[in-house]
Design a protein around this ligand. Structure first.
Ligand SMILES: [Mg+2]
Ligand SMILES: [Zn+2]
Length: 212
């Protein structure tokens, strides 16, 4: 089976500025996770942290990455901030609650990145997915091997960065995944799975993901 973004097929890809700035000996593969609709219930411009709710079994998937020493990086488009629907403070409280909920289940995120922009309101930015600004920042800050990393989310824009880096993109379908995203992901050779647990098992080569 061919996989777009498969490591071997993209040997000729030019490295990005962030990749060039990482140590070849220290860089580690990571998993880049979307947040809304992938880790937590997508409430569309969530404001109140108290309403943040983990999707079923995601803590098991995150813990499996933790145990495998694969850094877990959250990269989230938060255009609700540009739209004035939530503030940076709201988002920070949500991040803390997400960390707390995962910690209760012995899982953790290594770092969080978000894009607060929306081009129509705040002008163009380099961080809004499918652009790679958040990934570039994480790669440098954590010395990550993007070409060996996993890019997982419920929208096509979450997995597209895998193509730029030669990494592995996995679309996790949910109620919020547009049909055309599924078709485009399949056409591009990305893996399409039905849960984060399934993605984690594939990524880590495990037959099943242990529960707590
Ligand atoms: Mg999402
Ligand atoms: Zn941005």
């Amino acid at each position: 089976m061919t996989q777009a973004g498969g490591h071997e097929e993209n040997v000729g890809l030019p490295e990005t500025p962030a990749q060039r700035r990482t140590s070849r000996t220290l860089r580690r593969r990571a998993v880049f996770l979307d947040r809304d609709g992938t880790l937590i219930v997508d409430r569309h411009y969530l404001k109140d942290a108290a309403q943040l709710e983990l999707l079923p079994d995601v803590a098991n998937a995150v813990r499996a990455f933790n145990y495998s020493l694969v850094p877990v990086i959250v990269a989230s488009n938060q255009s609700g901030i540009a739209r004035g629907l939530l503030t940076e403070d709201d988002y920070r409280r949500q991040r803390e609650r997400l960390d707390d909920l995962l910690e209760e289940r012995s899982a953790f995120v290594d770092d969080h990145y978000h894009c607060p922009h929306l081009p129509e309101i705040t002008g163009p930015c380099e961080c809004r997915k499918p652009d790679i600004g958040m990934f570039e920042q994480a790669i440098v800050e954590h010395q990550l091997d993007a070409a060996a990393s996993f890019f997982i989310g419920d929208k096509l824009r979450d997995v597209l960065p895998a193509q730029r880096y030669g990494g592995r993109g996995m679309l996790v379908t949910s109620a919020s995944t547009p049909r055309e995203d599924v078709e485009a992901a399949q056409a591009a050779g990305f893996e399409v799975v039905s849960s984060l647990t399934e993605a984690a098992a594939l990524a880590l080569g495990l037959s099943h993901i242990p529960e707590l």
